[in-house]
Write a protein that binds this ligand. Structure first.
Ligand code: F6P
Length: 524
């Protein structure tokens, strides 16, 4: 597919940008006080306020023209109907089917029936763990879950369990993603193997970090409870059931999902089992329901007020028309602490691409750097850079209308700060003292969730998933593969034997670095 750069719709958008260039967003607000209502859109119970973006009322239709020109409506249908949109891996990307209720036939199989069957297994198992029917080898109830997995096999469940923490009335879930043994040590500290269930989440069941952690946990269980313990204490969520069986798990401990579920889209599959165990299957299903509501709106709402479409189009606008290379996610909710990390994988692993889906190099910038933090602590750390740094970033403010803690007064201060920061970024401040001046005119979107509950969290995450898809569609890239992460993995396989005393041929820079590390290690 040809680059979007030369397309008439993009050229019209560049002319639109130039026409707006002399106007500050603040001035657009003064001239059009109803701008807020015009540029705030509902989706699945959320409100998304685009009025602090560098957009005019007419921008949405120009952006929608670009989407149409890039074939977005047809691309959405291809996504939802199970077309092989992941061309480099020749796979569909049907994560929407995991939370949907429509019949989708893929390679002659009714996906919906299969999804419902797997979900029923999740329900039965999570309930059995929660009510103590599925017990450990010594007859104890499970009080702890070790969730072993990395990337998409960890970030989603971690985010959801943190976010729904107040409603988590099941066993405590501890996450182990890193290969650094310090993380496993911390997770195992103070817990009893007899009342611990391990969930190995790995799509491939080959990821080095996860398999090493799984092996260590198995040894920990066997040392305490004997060789038969893993059959009661370890389960797997994987698309490679054969490897899980080879690892020693009985069929009933393996919760499969399909290879058409991408790792960073797998939260909705059996990878979500820790969520169901911690918060109950009904809450996990509310998460799915919120995501499904966002899916329906994405599929059916006209592009001019289709929230995921507009967010993706504004992402392209900010990156390619305004040249913003950095995007900050500002969570005004302690319980959304993991959201920036989750979105970092979702967006950067999906759209951090330098060639189009056809393999030809792109002639434009793709995914910005995604980063962020929990607010208000971030205000006392990196907001200085947002306000006065030499590079401008776009920001997403995530705000929850209902209080999340016991003290309403705290929540009011939290909300006041969220509103103040987005205003300050937009208005800036003039001053005779140069060090006090803030240029302002820095763009942001504010997402307002009525409550931080499973339904609205599901909707928020699905909206972001579709935003990423829209950007990829305009850019003509494949958001569903991640070949870039393979190179480092294969080099690590050569470096490890060298660390262990063998002498494989290594790049001289790596040999040098290893010798420095060895010297420091020997020096104690
Ligand atoms: O880092 C690459 C990646 O493949 C991610 O896409 C994925 O979420 C993660 O590794 C974990 O992979 P797996 O679920 O196969 O263990």
């Amino acid at each position: 597919m040809a680059s979007f750069i030369a397309s008439p719709a993009w050229q019209a958008l560049l002319a639109h940008r130039d026409a707006l260039a002399g106007q500050r967003i603040e001035r657009m607000w003064r001239e059009d006080p109803a701008r807020g209502e015009a540029l705030t859109f509902p989706c699945a119970g959320l409100a998304v306020d685009l009025s602090k973006q560098r957009l005019a009322r007419t921008s949405a239709s120009l952006l929608a023209n670009l989407a149409r020109e890039r074939g977005l409506p047809a691309a959405i249908e291809r996504l939802f109907s199970g077309a092989r949109v992941n061309a480099s891996e020749d796979r569909a990307a049907l994560h929407t089917a995991l939370r949907g209720d429509e019949r989708v036939v893929l390679d002659g199989t009714d996906v919906l029936a299969e999804v419902q069957r797997l979900r029923e297994r999740m329900r039965v198992f999570s309930q059995a763990v929660r009510d103590g029917q599925w017990k450990g080898a010594t007859g104890k109830r499970f009080t702890h879950v070790l969730a072993l997995g990395i990337g998409g096999s960890s970030l989603g469940p971690r985010l959801a369990i943190e976010a729904l923490g107040a409603e988590a009335d099941g066993p405590e879930v501890r996450f182990v993603a890193n290969i650094d043994a310090a993380e496993l040590d911390r997770a195992l500290a103070g817990i009893d193997p007899a009342s611990t269930l391990a969930v190995i989440a790995s799509k491939t069941f080959t990821t080095e970090e996860t398999m090493a952690n799984a092996k260590s946990v198995r040894a920990w269980l066997v040392a305490a409870l004997g060789p038969d313990a893993p059959a009661r204490h370890v389960i797997a969520a994987t698309a490679n059931a054969e490897a899980a069986a080879d690892w020693g798990l009985p069929d009933c401990n393996i919760f499969p999902f399909h290879d058409w579920v991408g790792g960073r889209y797998s939260l909705w599959s059996s990878v979500g089992l820790p969520i169901a165990i911690a918060t109950g299957m009904p809450r996990f299903e509310r998460l799915l329901a919120g995501a499904h509501a966002a899916d329906l709106e994405f599929r059916s709402t006209p592009l001019e007020h289709n929230v995921p479409a507009l967010l993706g189009l504004v992402g392209v606008w900010n990156r390619c028309a305004l040249g913003l290379a950095s995007h900050a996610v500002l969570s005004y909710a302690s319980r959304l602490e993991s959201l920036p990390a989750y979105l970092q994988q979702l967006e950067m692993e999906s759209n951090g691409k330098h060639v189009g889906a056809d393999g030809a190099p792109v002639d434009f910038a793709t995914c910005p750097v995604i980063w962020g933090g929990t607010e208000t602590p971030g205000q006392h750390a990196f907001h200085q850079w947002l306000h006065q740094g030499t590079d401008a970033a776009s920001c997403d403010f995530i705000v929850v209308a209902h209080p999340m803690g016991s003290d309403r007064a705290h929540h009011e201060i939290l909300l006041a700060n969220a509103c103040a920061q987005s205003e300050a970024l937009m208005t800036g401040v003039a001053s005779d003292e140069a060090w006090r001046a803030c240029t302002g005119d820095r763009v942001s979107t504010t997402f307002v969730l009525p409550r931080l509950d499973a339904y609205h969290l599901g909707a928020l995450l699905a909206i972001y998933e579709h935003k990423v898809f829209v950007e990829a569609t305009v850019w003509g890239i494949n958001p569903f593969d991640q070949w870039g992460v393979e190179l480092g993995k294969s080099i690590a396989k050569k470096v490890l034997p060298a660390l262990r005393g063998e002498s494989p041929a290594l790049d001289p820079s790596t040999s040098h670095l290893l010798s420095v590390i060895r010297r420091m290690g020997e020096a104690g």
